[in-house]
Design a protein around this ligand. Structure first.
Ligand SMILES: Cc1cc2nc3c(=O)[nH]c(=O)nc-3n(C[C@H](O)[C@H](O)[C@H](O)COP(=O)(O)OP(=O)(O)OC[C@H]3O[C@@H](n4cnc5c(N)ncnc54)[C@H](O)[C@@H]3O)c2cc1C
Length: 449
């Protein structure tokens, strides 16, 4: 059987390793248009800040490793066209310019995503950069060296992490977002209020609820000013972090997709064409809080789905458990975990949810130190099923977001969590763990209504 994997970052690398482990006899070719595999974009902000010194540490595999496992790895080869009807594709060797045709029995689409570039006047000016791959990370670092005023457009986790990195490097930073809160997708207002105050105190100019109208360039064509709906900001460098779009035009009208182009896959990563599997940022995820297909581009989803491609290439074997879009964030000493739906997101989807917020110290006050934990739990009003949660503390409570992620995946209710057996040891928590207490408070409030 001849298998072709298109795209080799997280979903592709994991798929290749698992296909070859499960099906050692297949002939497997990988086409990757870039010159590297497995780059961890999540390390870009740490690299920009200078916390990560050796950028090679941000790769966990390489073409040689995949070749040693038996893959025919074709780097700097771009797939230009795919015809599923006759199982052929056109490929361009980007080094030589040669264009050729290849054929396959099974196709794995792990072409990922690309940053959205909105059609704003002046967007092609020099020094307006994207932040996704290794080469872009290098460019950001090189250009930031001479930049004094940096504007980040987009207040999601990628934008915020870059803002922190630039602040730590002594830059004057402006953060622009069209919504009126940062991290809108991951956190509700009680959390973002604290973080926005922290950003402002560190000197960041927050331009929230403003949309970029124009980038004005200087005589040399370099960006000089960002004009928004309400203001304008002198800028030497702009980083665009306004979201991602799946790279799936190669299969347009050939497999089923969401309106944004994410390939629809079933629980075994099969697309609407039985010989095509997809994984990672090019595909949808099954979002457990709503039970629907959703687009949540995360490396965690990419590696899980990549593994499932390997397990299910020939026959459905291992079922995908879906995702809660669980995320962790470290910002100016605050450790933040978020899973599932926020209240804001649930209301936008028209869901009937309740929520409870509380603050408690993570361990007893008789200990030499303790730290407050701000927590929120979101639940379906009708069933009291948990659909989301957020936690923030100076103490590292982020693993609790993973506990809550499992609770959502397993459809636990407030009552289940209120009585779950968590250990007690004064170094770490109280006789009632703070997650028990959060669920108990939510249960009392929900039942009182
Ligand atoms: C700055 C930043 C920080 C992030 N931080 C986190 C984090 O902390 N945690 C987390 O879980 N996620 C994080 N993510 C998201 C994560 O990086 C993505 O979800 C992940 O990269 C998806 O992997 P993928 O393999 O599906 O797709 P991609 O990484 O998009 O890779 C797709 C690959 O396909 C190749 N390709 C595309 N088209 C073709 C073609 N026609 N021919 C040949 N090759 C092709 C591309 O060159 C690329 O190498 C972050 C992303 C960014 C940008």
């Amino acid at each position: 059987m001849k298998v072709i994997v298109v795209g080799c970052t997280h979903a592709g690398t994991t798929a290749v390793k698992n296909i070859l482990a499960e099906q050692p006899d297949v002939s497997l070719t990988v086409y990757e248009k870039n010159d590297n595999v497995s780059f961890l974009s999540c390390g870009i902000a740490l690299y920009v800040e200078g916390l990560v010194k050796d950028v090679q540490g941000l790769f966990y595999s390489n073409p040689e490793e995949l070749a040693s496992l038996g893959a025919n790895v074709q780097m700097e080869h771009e797939v230009l066209d795919i015809q599923l009807a006759d199982k052929t594709m056109t490929v361009k060797n980007l080094q030589t310019g040669e264009i050729f045709t290849d054929t396959f029995d099974k196709l794995v689409m792990t072409t990922g995503s690309w940053p959205i570039v909105p059609p704003i006047p002046g967007i092609k000016s020099e020094n307006i950069l994207l932040c996704k791959n290794f080469h872009q990370a290098q460019t950001i670092i090189a250009k930031a060296q001479d930049a004094k005023k940096i504007t980040v457009v987009g207040g999601g986790y990628i934008g915020i992490e870059l803002v922190e990195a630039f602040v730590e490097n002594g830059k004057e930073v402006v953060l622009i977002d069209g919504l009126d809160r940062i991290l809108n997708r991951y956190l509700d207002a009680p959390f973002t209020d604290i973080l926005e105050k922290e950003l402002t105190e560190r000197g960041v100019t927050l331009a929230l609820g403003q949309t970029v109208q124009e980038f004005v360039a200087d005589a040399e064509g370099k960006v000089a000013k960002v004009v928004t709906s309400e203001d304008s900001f002198a800028s030497d460098l702009v980083i665009l972090c306004v979201g991602f779009r799946p790279n799936t035009s190669l299969l347009k009208d050939q497999v089923d997709m969401l309106p944004n182009g994410a390939i629809i896959v079933d629980e075994y990563m099969r697309t609407s064409n039985p010989d095509v599997l997809a994984a990672g940022d090019s595909a949808v995820v099954h979002y457990n809080p709503t039970g629907e297909a959703s687009y949540i581009p995360l490396a965690t989803n990419a590696v899980r789905q990549g593994l499932l491609v390997g397990k299910n290439l020939v026959a459905p074997t291992l079922r995908y458990r879906g995702t809660q879009g669980t995320s962790g964030l470290y910002l100016f000493g605050q450790k933040i975990g978020s899973t599932g739906l926020t209240v804001t997101a649930a209301k936008m989807l028209g869901l009937n949810v309740g929520s409870t917020i509380m603050t408690d110290n993570y361990r007893p006050e008789f200990m030499p130190t303790t730290e407050a934990v701000l927590m929120e739990i979101v639940y379906e009003k009708d069933t009291q099923r948990i659909v989301g949660a957020q936690l923030m503390s100076k103490y590292d409570i982020t693993q609790s977001a993973n506990t809550l992620s499992l609770a959502i995946q397993e459809k636990l209710t407030l009552e289940d969590l209120a009585l779950t057996d968590f250990f007690f040891q004064p170094h770490f928590d109280r006789p009632w763990n703070y997650l028990n207490l959060l669920a108990q408070k939510a249960l009392a409030e929900a039942n009182a209504k």
